[in-house]
Every structure is written in C-alpha cells, then in structure tokens.
Design a protein around this ligand. Structure first.
Ligand code: GLU
Length: 391
C-alpha cells in the first residue's frame, strides 16, 4: 500500500535543514528572533517524543557579513575563510538558543568523505547516535573550511539527506524560502501548479526542478530533488516547506502548505536490505549456541560468543555470521578489523580495552548493523573472499 502523509508529531527521528537565507540577513546578520522561534518548535517536537537533528547552513553567509566581503560569488578561499569565521558564530547562536529551551547542542562538521566512505561513515554515525542517546540536538554543517571543490557537497540539501539516511531518520524537513515544489518556477510561470504529494521522483518531477538558487544559499530546487531521491530511497519521507513564518515547524504541523515526498520503504528495511544485499561478505564469524539465541532475540553479537574469525575484513565491512552447523544465520557490519576480531573472539567485552589497548565497542556486530539472513539463504551458501591466511 502506498504511504500516506503522517502528522509531523508522529515521526520518531526528524532531520531539519535550514537554509542560509532564513537564518542570515545581509545587513543585520543573524536573525535571532527567528532562530529562537525555531528552537521553541524543536523543543515542542521533542516534547512530543521525536528526536531532532539540525543541518544548519549559514556559516558562509554569516562570515561574509562579519568580514564585510563584497556581494556576488566568492572565491573558494574566501568561502573557506568566511565559513571559518561564520561557523563559530553559527554554532554559538544555536547553542545559546537551544539552551534557553533546556536543550544541549552538539556541533558536527562533516565532509563528503565522512558520509561516503564506509569506515568514516560509521564513525560519524556512531557520534550522531551517541549525541541523540544523550538527549542532545546535533547541529550539523559541512566542514567548509577544509572542503575543496572535488571533495565537497557544496549544498546542505544533499548533505541533510545523507545525514537523514545515516541517522535512520523517518523524516527530513527542508526549510527554504519557497514553500514546496511547483510544476514550473512560480515566479516565472503564472500557470505553475503546486504539488502537495510526490509519490515518486519520476523524470517528470526532476524536470520540474529549475536551477534557481538565491544569492545566500547554494541549493535550488535541483539539489532539493536530489536530496529527495537520497532520502526516500532509504525509507525517509521528505517535506519541503517555507521557513519564512516565525514558527515554521509549528506552521507545517498546523497544516501550512508544503510538498511531501513519500518514502519508498521503511528505514529499517532499506538499511537491512543494503546489508543483506552485499554480494560477497568479506569474512565469516562462527558463533556458539548462546550467541545464536541472542541474535535471534534481536540482540547484538558480543565477542564472547564468537568461536572463530575468518577472512580479511576491515571495520564496517559486511561479514557473514554462521552457526555451529556452518549455516549462515545473519549478516552484519563488523565493528572491528579481522585482526582485532581474532584477538577479542571468545573474550568478555570488559577485556577489550586490555587486549586492544583502547576501549573499543562492546559488540562485535551491533544489532542496528545486523540482519538475520538464515531464511533468505537456507542452503547456507556463501560467496567467500580469498583469504590466504585461512584458506
Ligand atoms: N555549508 C554552507 C554554509 O553553512 C551552506 C551550503 C548551502 O547553502 O546549502 O554556509
């Protein structure tokens, strides 16, 4: 059955992307009253049980105001310098406004590599999860001071979509200076129709996204549709809404016009499909009966239940988990490299720090990174990577 739009308040984990033009005024700098109102909206969503993450633009816009840089396009070094100056102010503003709501902010600056390389992705994701667990609101931006053309997102729409998939969010809200998607750019075409629901991002929908971006922000409708593709494919719905009202999230909750992009699967299913879909697990862990029972009841795989480790894998690689009869039970992402896994196999989690020389993760494979595959592969057949040490 096709997904239907749910109330804002019934989402569990929401990523909110805020465009520069909403936060920063060319002449007067940061729009503090607006920010305070958004923070009140965030507090209300949290009070309703949602976890919230913010992807905030505005570093470059704020920095160029402070540094008095000329209007128009900036050179890369100028943007980097502007971001260095603006990001401090931006993070401070978020931290102060959220704290008046009794919320602790945590700053995360990401580059493209942090979301696209599996190992770094896992590190960034672990930090996000930990911040959420501690009740904090992560305030995320691209690390513009070090990102150069080849290695940068450049727009926070797609970054926000990646953050949403990384955090397993069920909703991404893009607050922008436009209230949603139209069949054509509304300021150019009076016939343009507003689209309230986008069930699927078809080539026609893509064609509707003009290239326009405002002077302060980099993203236009194009990057928003790209963001929609990333988010919805991972089972996360997306809303494009106007950030212009004083309480923009409350306005959406109360039914203000906005465009809703339907997710194409549940977040868990999408993630697990990704793991189960890895063609060649890079290694195999065989586990004892107790560990097998733990996995079947939805728990993580601890080192204590691991009998042997084979294969050459790195942290973050997909590995197969087999039972005593040699049949595959599950697949998951390794929390450790093969070498480390061998050292801690069969040992208690409390011994990890002593064995490895650093306090690693408690689980060999965390349950969030685990999918039961026994039913998918009754023959237990596995494609194995060549492993000279364990051939
Ligand atoms: N990361 C940029 C900044 O904070 C904004 C990118 C965008 O506007 O999408 O200034």
């Amino acid at each position: 059955m096709a997904e239907t739009r749910k109330a804002l308040s019934s989402h569990k984990r929401i990523v909110i992307k805020i465009g520069s033009a909403l936060l920063v005024d060319r002449a007067t700098g940061l729009k503090k009253a607006w920010l305070d109102a958004v923070c009140a909206d965030i507090a209300a969503l949290r009070a309703g049980g949602a976890e919230v993450l913010v992807v905030s633009s505005g570093a470059i816009a704020l920095g160029r105001t402070v540094l008095n840089l000329p209007k128009g396009a900036l050179k890369l070094e100028e943007s980097q310098a502007a971001a260095a100056v603006g990001q401090i102010a931006l993070a401070r503003a978020w931290s102060e406004s959220l704290s008046t709501e009794g919320i602790v902010a945590g700053q995360i600056l990401l580059t493209l590599g942090d979301t696209e390389e599996r190992r770094r992705y896992l590190n960034a994701r672990a930090t996000l999860q930990q911040l959420l667990k501690l009740g904090s609101v992560p305030i995320i931006n691209e690390n513009d001071t070090v990102a150069t053309t080849e290695i940068r997102y450049g727009d926070n729409d797609r970054l926000a979509a990646r953050v949403a998939t990384m955090a397993g969010a069920d909703l991404l809200v893009l607050l922008s200076d436009i209230d949603g998607l139209y069949t054509a750019p509304p300021h150019l075409d009076p016939q343009a129709k507003f689209l309230e629901t986008i069930a699927e991002i078809t080539p026609e929908i893509e064609a509707m996204a003009g290239g326009a971006a405002s002077e302060l922000s980099r993203g236009g409708m194009r990057t928003k549709i790209d963001a929609g593709k990333i988010a919805t494919a991972a089972g996360c719905a997306m809303i494009i809404a106007s950030g212009k009202p004083d309480h923009p999230l409350r306005a959406v909750a109360e039914g203000a016009r906005s465009s809703w992009f339907a997710p194409s699967g549940s977040p868990v299913a999408a993630r697990k499909t990704w793991i189960a879909g890895q063609l060649q697990p890079a290694g195999i862990l065989s586990i004892d009966e107790g560990a097998e029972m733990a996995l079947r009841s939805g728990k993580s795989l601890l080192p204590a239940g691991v009998l042997s480790v084979s294969g050459l894998f790195s942290r973050g690689d997909t590995i197969a988990i087999v039972g005593l009869n040699g049949r595959e039970i599950a697949r998951g992402l390794a929390s450790y490299d093969a070498e480390e896994a061998r050292q801690i196999a069969g040992k208690k989690s409390t011994e990890i720090a002593g064995l490895l020389g650093y306090p690693g993760r408690t689980a060999m494979v965390h349950r969030d990174d685990l999918v039961m595959t026994g039913a998918l592969r009754p023959d237990g057949a596995l494609a194995q990577k060549k492993d000279p040490a364990h051939a």
